[in-house]
Design a protein around this ligand. Structure first.
Ligand code: SAM
Length: 301
């Protein structure tokens, strides 16, 4: 029996089929759902994403890879898309049994022989060149169809960088594109935890100086050291919940990567208190811009 799991449900929330293959793009090393063959899976358990295009893409891919008659369980917190799951599944031609517990909605279906709208949902949620960005992106990646205002501020504030550097949490690579406009940059390692973002960055950063890695900055193995610079717009959400430790982990990893005197340029929402982490890991940290709810910080090791 082949079973797949999408996402990391809280322990005890539901039964996970033993040996299920993880297919969430946010788990480094997971299998890509889009690469699985039609009707090749016997069971799927999915923690449904909240955003519509991303959710419908995942549901459509799951229905595509399930064999007719195979079981699909989809669930989500009631206030994060759970109450809309039944309708979404019905729109693909499924008959849904719905259940509510532990603030979640659970929808159970048997994959029907005839599906409707699956190809359309896969096309609408798949990777493509987004005209407004002029870059590859995909629903579900950070700020997928517009340049994030914080990143825009950092791009505007960046000086001309040089030497070896890294972009932590590179997303689809828009900040990295700006860094690589400097001919004095000799290498740029771009890291992100999201496989979809990494795949788009591969298209968007077609430059021999750029290397793109699918990696969790919190578990970085210290294989990059002695860098001249780091740029980053650190995340502060993990699985939709604010997690300030995530940004702090980015600050610490950036400091470990830099040589003495190396510089880290970062943008942070004004309310995020990175000062203590910066003071502990860097020799100095200077606010270079503070406007529109964002701080641009230059930290020197
Ligand atoms: C605020 S976005 C910035 C994206 C991009 N640099 C930009 O400016 O548009 C933060 C990025 O960090 C990534 N991320 C979140 N947690 C991560 C982790 N633990 N390790 C690596 N990347 C992570 C997210 O997938 C997201 O692309």
């Amino acid at each position: 029996m082949t079973a797949i799991l999408y996402g990391s449900p809280a322990p005890g929330l539901t039964e996970i089929p033993p040996g299920a293959t993880q297919v969430s793009p946010l788990v480094v090393g997971s299998q890509d759902l889009a690469a699985l063959a039609d009707a090749s899976v016997d069971q799927a358990v999915i923690l449904g994403p909240g955003a519509v295009l991303e959710r419908d893409y995942v549901l459509a891919q799951a229905l595509r890879v399930l064999a007719p008659g195979a079981r699909l369980l989809v669930f989500a917190p009631k206030d994060k898309g759970g109450s809309r799951l039944k309708k979404a599944l019905e729109s693909f031609g499924c008959t849904v049994v719905e259940d509510a517990r532990k603030h979640h909605r659970f929808c159970s279906v048997k994959r029907p022989v005839q599906l409707t709208g699956v190809a359309e949902a896969i096309a609408a949620g798949g990777p493509r060149i987004v005209p407004g960005l002029d870059a590859w992106s995909q629903p579900g990646v950070f700020s997928w169809d517009r340049l994030d205002p914080g990143s825009a501020r950092l791009i505007a504030a960046l000086p001309t960088l040089s030497g070896h550097g890294a972009d932590l949490g590179c997303g689809v690579g828009l900040l990295a594109q700006k860094v690589l406009t400097s001919p004095a940059v000799t290498s740029l390692a771009c890291l992100d935890i999201d496989r979809r973002a990494v795949a788009c960055a591969e298209h968007n950063l077609n430059d021999p100086r750029a290397t793109i890695r699918w990696a969790d900055v919190r578990q970085w193995d210290d294989s990059l050291v002695g860098l001249d610079f780091v740029v980053m717009n650190p995340p502060f959400h993990d699985g939709g919940t604010e997690d300030r430790d995530l940004g702090v982990a980015f600050v610490r990893t950036a400091a470990r990567m830099l040589r003495r005197g190396g510089v880290c340029w970062l943008v942070a929402n004004r309310h995020l208190p990175y000062e203590a982490a910066l003071a502990a890991a860097f020799e100095s940290a200077t606010v270079r811009d503070d406007a529109g709810g964002y701080k641009i910080i230059e930290a020197r090791k």
